[in-house]
Design a protein around this ligand. Sequence first.
Ligand SMILES: Nc1nc2c(ncn2[C@@H]2O[C@H](COP(=O)(O)OP(=O)(O)OP(=O)(O)O)[C@@H](O)[C@H]2O)c(=O)[nH]1
Ligand SMILES: [Mg+2]
Length: 247
Amino acid sequence: MRAVVVLPTFNERDNIERYLRALRDVSSTLTTPIDILVVDDSSPDGTAELARKLGEDLGGVDVLVRPSKDGLGSAYRAGFETVLERTGEQSVDVVISMDADLSHDPTVIPTMLDLIEGGADAVIGSRYVRGGGTTDWPVRRQLLSKWGNSYTRRVLRLTPHDCTSGYRAYRASALAAIDPASTAAEGYAFLTELVRRLTRQGYRIVETPIVFRDRVHGKSKMSGRIIAESMLLVTRWGIGDRLRRKR
Ligand SMILES: Nc1nc2c(ncn2[C@@H]2O[C@H](COP(=O)(O)OP(=O)(O)OP(=O)(O)O)[C@@H](O)[C@H]2O)c(=O)[nH]1
Ligand SMILES: [Mg+2]
């Protein structure tokens, strides 16, 4: 199976080299090497140039540079579109999404690919199933993430326990079918929206445990605005669903 990792970056200079090398190590254990598409929003710290330089050495790294910082959702929309447009020998079977800050352990990828091979249409690297968790997160952030996830799950009647994890693998045909380019959310809500669309179209979503490590280098881009967007959209979608069911 040909897999591509879509990796959004903004000011990840201190993480990108370690990340790309770790991913290459995992890739070398697989029969088909994993390609990487870095989606960088013209990071002032030069992440894109560094990724390009490392790519010349490591191979299999493409870098898509966008003119300005436009949010995580929009970076994924651009990256997914680019990858799904590939045809012929370049065409892709599995699309993986990950953070570049080493929070997501690349050694989980082979398990994700096995699950897709076994019939899953999407695999979520989940913090909230047995064996999963977070390390080094302040209690406040842990509670917020846990509460946000259980609220999302209840209001939208979704089955996955972690709807906001950015570490995922999608069967390319399923990802294309839910048309990520037509979503609009910027932050975590983008990830929830994809779960919602997969669920609605009857795709099989499986969770595999991950231990999320807090970033050691660089700054978080998470903001109050992104959390508010997520809660607002989940609530709006939930109300819409209830009204539709009543009709
Ligand atoms: N291209 C692009 N990448 C982004 C943007 N915002 C965040 N990212 C990247 O998306 C990934 C996740 O963002 P983070 O800031 O780590 O968000 P988080 O994991 O929720 O929060 P922390 O781990 O606390 O930093 C990282 O690889 C970021 O560099 C953006 O606007 N554009
Ligand atoms: Mg992070």
